[in-house]
Design a protein around this ligand. Structure first.
Ligand code: C5P
Length: 233
């Protein structure tokens, strides 16, 4: 069974709340920093969190012409983050350019993992057909985008736990699946629709689970984190 790692979503408005949260932990954790926090605090917050020994998934979902994505990725790699992402809808050339930029920016060191967003969970079947004019269904487009990502040299995709097995069967076991929508048994669903427990995510082969509110909003965040870690053993 997959060795499943926890990525905690640092969905906080500013560094104040983010560091108050991280201060509770005496051990290194893998965190996801999204647009909200990064656009407020800039690269400095990345450096500070890395100095404390945490790993970082910088979730900025790049999508632009290949040359621009390559240059942007060169700069992101120089921040020493551990994982970044792009929209697969930018195409194979753009994804391959992302990898080139990351390799250049890593200057011979470890390149950050690069994963693709296939279809956002906010995209409905109606939207796909009526707004984006895509006739194939959501699952088929997501699987096709995942395969394109693999062909472009990316390391994996963000997907639902329920798609993890299919993606591994299409793209190979070593192709990473990063899965949000995780809720330990008994915790609030919040606004997530299709949820899964950490144990089920592991069983389905998720390589990383992304967990936000069940940890960040818990009365005892460290205890909530450790319980999930135990469930994954
Ligand atoms: O609080 P919660 O566990 O729902 O947070 C999940 C995290 O994963 C959030 O940062 C959310 O934006 C992100 N995410 C998601 N669903 C996706 C892609 C990302 O919930 N399809």
């Amino acid at each position: 069974m997959a060795d499943t790692k926890i990525i905690t979503a640092l969905d906080f408005p500013s560094k104040k709340e983010a560091f108050e949260f991280l201060d509770k932990f005496s051990e290194p954790v893998y965190v996801k920093i999204g647009m909200e926090l990064f656009y407020k605090e800039g690269p400095e917050i990345i450096q500070k969190i890395k100095e404390r020994g945490h790993e970082i998934f910088l979730d900025l979902k790049l999508h632009d012409i290949p040359n621009t994505v390559k240059s942007a990725m060169r700069n992101l790699a120089s921040l020493d983050v551990d994982m970044v992402n792009v929209h697969a809808a930018g195409g194979k050339k753009m994804m391959a350019a992302a990898i080139e930029g990351l390799e250049e920016g890593s200057r011979g060191g470890k390149r950050p993992l690069c994963i693709a967003v296939t279809q956002l969970t906010s995209t409905s079947p109606e939207m796909l057909k009526d707004e984006l004019l895509i006739e194939r269904d959501l699952a088929e487009t997501a699987a096709h985008y995942a395969y394109m990502a693999k062909e472009a040299g990316l390391d994996g995709v963000v997907c639902s736990v329920h798609e993890s097995k299919k993606i591994h069967s299409v793209c190979g076991e070593e192709f990473l699946t990063v899965t949000p929508g995780i809720r330990p048994a008994g915790s609030s669903k919040d606004d997530q629709v299709r949820i899964a427990t950490p144990a089920y995510a592991k069983e389905q082969g998720s390589n990383f689970i992304v967990v936000g509110r069940p940890i960040t909003q818990a009365e005892d965040s460290v205890e909530a984190y450790r319980k999930i870690r135990e469930e994954l053993k």
